[in-house]
Design a protein around this ligand. Sequence first.
Ligand code: GLU
Length: 511
Amino acid sequence: MSCLFDIISRLAGPFPWKEQYATASAAKGRLHGPYFSSIECKSMTVVTRFAPSPTGFLHIGGARTALFNKLFARHHGGKYLLRIEDTDKKRSTQDAIDAIHDALSWLDLDCDGPAVSQSAQRDRHAEVAQQLLDMGHAYKCYATPEELTEMRAQQKAAGQTTRYDGRWRERDPSEAPAGVDPVIRLRAPQDGETVLQDMVQGEVTVANAQLDDMILLRSDGSPTYMLSVVVDDHDMGITHVIRGDDHLTNAFRQIQLFKAMGWEQPIYGHVPLIHGPDGAKLSKRHGALGAEAYRDMGFLPEALRNYLLRLGWGHGDDEIISDEQATEWFDGSGLGKAPARFDTAKLTALNAHYLKTAENARLAELIKPSLETLSGIPMSELSTERLLAGMESLKERSKTLNELADSAALYVRPRPLEMEPKAEKILNDDARAVLATARKSLESLQPWTADALEAWAREYADNNDLKLGQLAQPLRAAITGSNVSPPIFEVITIFGRDESLSRIADISGNH
Ligand code: GLU
């Protein structure tokens, strides 16, 4: 019998976690009865998965799902897998698959081992449909599309909910009309209830009478999404499925399928979807939806992770939660039932925190491409040195990497400086004259430190009947080309005596 492991082994070479999957599946046998508790998880190898459909970018809600699944697996010392649900060939694109991998990798949410492609398991899905047929848990339905349309119209007219009425459930295939390719449907239980013990929602029950006999294999032989998900979850040894609550209703059908195959079902946790600030489901009109858009806006991956973690999960009043703490605390409890609202201001505040604590060299590396674009020249060693020297003050004042790059550009822009309009205004004739004389006094200043420079400026202003601002603002404009900068005496120290004097001379040379 072909199974997912063998297929992947053939495609991707050795399949390192094959044994662990097997262990996990075996261990799952111990999980009959009550649903999730952390104690139960300790007795088994937890295997989670993130299963995006590659029809676009990695949605921010998908990123949160990936995070939850990774943290849960890490907390229990288990595996976190990725399955690309690419069975809808019309809507799935390679670009979207690449974008998902990119965004996951940026967020440090890469899975353990190679990703599974759902479409590659098609034969295995069809094989399971055949097994269900052989066991009598599925049957062939020869109803034509026209017939079904008519059935639904009649149900509607009678004020009933539209559902497949089971017309081929007990019929013999010998009665099949000629020329109709059948679909295969699950012979779902008609009495009783399907009960879901959900990690987030608690116990949720649906009367089986409400669930009709779903299609497993279409008339062209292609497996349906519902069948594919169940077979893959089983074959990958998935023990826990954390996903958006838009899949809650699917869970009941999926449980029926697990039962029909005699397979142990995973433990589900359906997390409420993320809402916008107005309380409506997060959608395009709320702005950016893709994780990569947040990278482009200058957010750090750890800030976004921390933010997403708090969207729908809590640990007391903790807001700033490191990856280590998250792994330690994320045991499946603490997931909220109420939808969380996306709040960009909160994310920005968290980002400011992570910027302040990030290593200077890493930040310099992260903003380098933007700096090269802003300055129009490649970063030199000298610029990098200056940038690193100024980073402490720069990062204190920035909320995003983009803000950081904007304010850091002063260390990279080449001379002669292009003056911003406000700097140009500061540098009127009087100011230029002040700079010309002050420059001479500065030539011999010892030592060249921020404190000494500030003391010099105060004294010089005093002696020359100037307010400190009348000296410091022209200095700032001449040295940075702007009216705003980190503390100017620090900037002057970082540029050093020669460079600073040259910049002042660029402005005041004619006076
Ligand atoms: N592919 C589904 C989605 O992107 C997820 C399915 C699942 O997690 O079971 O919404």
